[in-house]
Design a protein around this ligand. Structure first.
Ligand SMILES: C[S@@+](CC[C@H](N)C(=O)[O-])C[C@H]1O[C@@H](n2cnc3c(N)ncnc32)[C@H](O)[C@@H]1O
Length: 275
């Protein structure tokens, strides 16, 4: 899985964490396997820890909304859910378009801030991967805008199950999520050496580090030094089709946005309908 040596921090801390992470502990073949497993697992745990705790303003991403064509099939007065709503801009816009909107996020700061505003949106602190409190077949529209990109591959199945459960038959998903993009090829390759997974990238706390870090040794050093904030995934179209295989793609477009580090991200904006 990993080419080259692991940073010392992964092995040293891993030895002490074995029982906490798995009960009963996993049987691993050699000390090195354990180090690799511990390291990978804990780096993936970064994301939820990061999103639960960051200040609300760090949840804001590109301002993409449903085009008139994408909004047109959704009936006025229908129920919508924005998943990973961040600052609530999309949710409150949907509410102004005549929808009855709920919005969830795992970031308490964002949810609390949003609740302070006088809006019709019903905000709650919920994790889409853990199942939500909403009843079955409730929603006409679900939205994912730069949310799935922060969810680990292992949890896609839980997302899929929940999405199917809470969407009405014939209901819609609108998504705006990043596709595998040319500008990121080097960063995908570097991350793959550490995580063994394609099309993922480490996001640095300081966006200048993204272009500075060019080798796996530098990346491992940055990880040990705590310069990485989280990991995001970019999708192939096939992966998105698989996650949402119970839905047909009705409309799609590509929006190119620029990341804080200056990289161009091709974002798939699509409207899907439940079969
Ligand atoms: C990049 S921000 C995007 C926020 C907003 N959708 C936007 O586009 O401005 C990702 C958001 O997803 C939320 N999030 C991450 N994992 C989540 C999960 N498992 N369930 C619900 N929200 C989640 C984060 O807390 C964060 O607010």
């Amino acid at each position: 899985m990993i080419a080259g040596s692991l940073p010392a921090i992964g092995c040293a801390a891993g030895a002490g964490r074995r029982e906490i992470l798995h009960d009963p502990p996993l049987t691993l073949n050699a000390p090195d396997d354990w180090c690799v497993f511990w390291y990978t697992h804990n780096m993936k745990m970064l994301n939820k820890g990061y999103w639960k705790n960051v200040p609300a303003d760090l949840t804001i991403s590109a301002d993409i909304r449903l085009s008139p064509e994408e909004l047109s099939p959704i009936i006025r007065g229908g129920r919508a859910l924005d998943i990973g709503c961040g600052d609530g801009v999309l949710a409150e816009w949907l509410s102004r378009q005549g929808l009855v909107v709920s919005a969830i996020d795992i970031n308490q700061n964002a949810i609390e801030n949003n609740k302070q505003r006088k809006t019709e949106v019903s905000y709650s602190l919920q994790d889409i991967t853990a199942g939500t409190s909403f009843k079955e077949n409730l929603f006409d529209l679900l939205c994912f805008k730069y949310t799935l990109t922060n969810i680990d591959r292992e949890e896609w199945i839980a997302v899929r199950r929940e999405v199917i459960r809470i969407t009405k038959k014939g209901g819609y998903i609108w998504l705006a999520e990043p596709l595998v993009s040319k500008d990121y090829q080097k960063r995908y390759a570097l991350s793959k050496k550490i995580l063994g997974e394609s099309n993922v990238i480490y996001v640095f706390k300081n966006s200048n580090d993204a272009s500075r870090i060019q080798s796996s040794e530098q990346l491992q050093q940055a990880l040990s030094d705590g310069l990485v904030s989280r990991i995001v995934r970019h999708f192939t179209r096939k992966e998105l089709e698989e996650i949402f295989s119970d839905f047909n793609i009705l409309k799609e477009r590509i929006e190119v946005i620029t990341s804080p580090s200056g990289y161009k991200i091709e974002t798939l904006v699509a409207l899907l309908q439940k079969k």
